[in-house]
Design a protein around this ligand. Structure first.
Ligand code: ADP
Length: 221
């Protein structure tokens, strides 16, 4: 993931696309409003991709990896649900959460937010219109568990181990770059947790994260 060449390549590709789109428009003599609109759409989508990539790279910066905050898991999950509301509404997807006994644990709230955001965003992206996505959080004694459930397209069983590899995508899609789950995995291990995936094609997927409830002194880096 910290391979400068592949990061530079990932940033150069969208820049090349933007430059090419502008060049085409500049050389088109009778460009109309529709040409401008479709060019803007491509540029907008490409900028969004770049900005997602930068978010990903910035949050993996070790100087930002303080792990000694008391996590308010309900607030983190509510933020994720709120921030993904528009995306879910566009596909008429029902996005909900439930919490049974909030965990008392330490970690990094920005990274935990990003981890749950990436999983819930995938659950929406790889779902049909009218689908369902739920985030469940439950804690008992010294552990807590967060499940992200969807009834979407599913993941082929022979690819379940591969999806966490940087840049891996089951099928090439326009909005992703294949780094989301690699980041999820590093955030989960930073919080000393484990991740399991269960999935059935055309039925849906479950990402199950289990963590120890950590004390502040265990988490200071
Ligand atoms: P991407 O940027 O492609 O979404 P990720 O690392 O987040 O990259 O995910 C890797 C691949 O795993 C995705 O391209 C997709 O094929 C598959 N995937 C991830 N989450 C789900 C899900 N909830 N349902 C179906 N497929 C998924």
């Amino acid at each position: 993931m910290n391979n400068n060449k592949s990061i530079a390549h990932e940033l150069r590709t969208p820049l090349t696309i933007i430059k090419a789109q502008i060049d085409v428009l500049n050389t088109q003599e009778n460009a109309g409003i529709e040409d401008y609109q479709s060019t803007l759409k491509v540029i907008e989508r490409t900028v969004l991709k770049m900005s997602n990539l930068l978010d990903t790279l910035l949050e993996i910066d070790p100087s930002k990896n303080r792990l000694d905050e008391l996590l308010n898991m309900e607030e983190i999950i509510q933020d994720v649900i709120e921030d993904l509301g528009v995306l879910a509404a566009q596909k008429n997807i029902q996005l909900s959460y439930s919490i049974k006994n909030s965990p008392q644990t330490y970690g990094n709230s920005i990274l935990m937010y990003r981890c749950l955001y990436n999983l819930a965003e995938n659950a929406i992206k790889y779902n049909q219109c009218g689908g369902k996505v739920e985030i469940q959080c439950e804690s008992c004694q010294k552990k807590y568990c967060i499940r992200i459930l969807d009834n979407g397209i599913g993941i082929p069983s022979d690819e379940l181990d591969l999806i966490f590899k940087p840049y891996y995508q089951c099928s090439k899609n326009q909005d992703g770059i294949g780094l989301g789950l690699a980041l999820v995995q590093s955030i989960v291990s930073m919080h000393q947790g484990e991740i399991q995936v269960r999935s059935e094609m055309n039925q849906g997927s479950q990402f199950i994260l289990s963590f120890p409830q950590l004390k502040k002194e265990n988490m200071t880096v």
